[in-house]
Design a protein around this ligand. Structure first.
Ligand SMILES: C[S@@+](CC[C@H](N)C(=O)[O-])C[C@H]1O[C@@H](n2cnc3c(N)ncnc32)[C@H](O)[C@@H]1O
Length: 279
């Protein structure tokens, strides 16, 4: 697997996760294990990381890494996954809700509007029956409007839905290029919102996050820390609301990437880290 993901906000997490030798930690979004390996530096030699990812490519890649147990699963089931593995004394749980570089550049699943030749699937879990082509070709107009409005906050969602309905009457929307031709939109900001909306819908991202946060908080030891990195306001709102209901908030203002990090890794630009301590 090429296109290794560069972990974001590592410097900030090193301080805020407050991990010590012998602690255990969970990386709920394992990917290439960048954050998980950083956690290991602090908890070695006896501490362990439980890593969860819904994409089997990530889990297979991490198999056999010392002191990291990679589990295929959705973080919405984090409590069951932790219980099944008998994982205890959890001092930190991290969610990094960004897009994996591999998903965009290596998966061939149509996550990017810059790759018109790819099939428009957008599943992070390739086993999932739901995909973007299915949504685009079968959802009623009202559902398309809802997706673009709620998950993309686009200005005229009904116009997009109309264009899609018209295009799919003539020809099935199969690839990223088919969608781009149907929409006739070139503006990158608008396209980013449209692609974000479809991705959120395909992967049930907001439901999974809403379900996972209380379960993760429940699994932490007292004094343990829950850290979430979000990348857009829809996610951040869920995290902020949840954090306001319990524990001690350690990030009054969310932490963001330094200019130096943004220059080196542009995907850190919109990252916002919030950390909550269980008291
Ligand atoms: C931005 S990457 C995480 C980066 C990683 N922590 C690192 O060290 O750089 C996000 C990963 O989370 C996974 N993911 C997204 N939603 C998930 C969910 N609901 N359950 C499990 N894994 C998920 C994706 O498959 C992807 O590999």
């Amino acid at each position: 697997m090429q296109e290794i993901h560069t972990p974001v906000l590592v410097k900030e997490l090193r301080v805020l996760l407050n991990l010590k030798s012998g602690d255990n930690a969970v990386d709920a979004t394992l990917d290439g294990g960048g954050h998980a390996r950083m956690m290991l530096e602090f908890i070695k030699p006896n501490g362990k990381v439980l890593g969860i990812d819904q994409d089997k490519n990530m889990v297979e890649k991490m198999a056999g890494e010392k002191n990291i147990t990679a589990v295929l699963g959705n973080f919405k089931d984090i409590d069951e996954i932790i219980k099944k593995r008998g994982f205890k004394k959890i001092r930190a749980i991290l969610f990094d809700l960004g897009m994996s570089r591999w998903h965009i550049e290596g998966s061939g699943r149509g996550f990017s509007f810059g790759r018109p030749e790819e099939p428009i699937l957008m599943q992070m879990d390739a086993r999932s029956q739901k995909n973007a082509a299915l949504i685009l070709n079968t959802c009623p107009e009202s559902e398309l409007v809802r997706i673009f409005k709620e998950f993309g906050e686009v200005r005229a969602p009904w116009e997009l839905a109309k264009k899609i309905i018209l295009a799919r009457k003539a020809k099935r929307i199969y690839s990223v290029g088919d969608l781009l031709s149907a929409l006739g939109i070139k503006n990158k900001k608008s396209l980013a919102k449209i692609f974000q909306a479809l991705r959120i819908a395909v992967n049930n991202e907001l439901e999974a996050l809403t379900e996972a946060l209380p379960k993760a908080f429940g699994a932490l030891d007292v004094g343990g820390r829950l850290a979430v990195i979000s990348y857009h306001s829809l996610e951040d709102r869920i995290v902020k609301n949840f954090f306001s209901t319990r524990g001690k908030i350690l990030t009054k203002k969310p932490q963001t990437a330094s200019q130096e990090e943004i220059t080196k890794n542009s995907s850190s630009r919109s990252a916002k880290l919030r950390v909550l301590e269980k008291i």
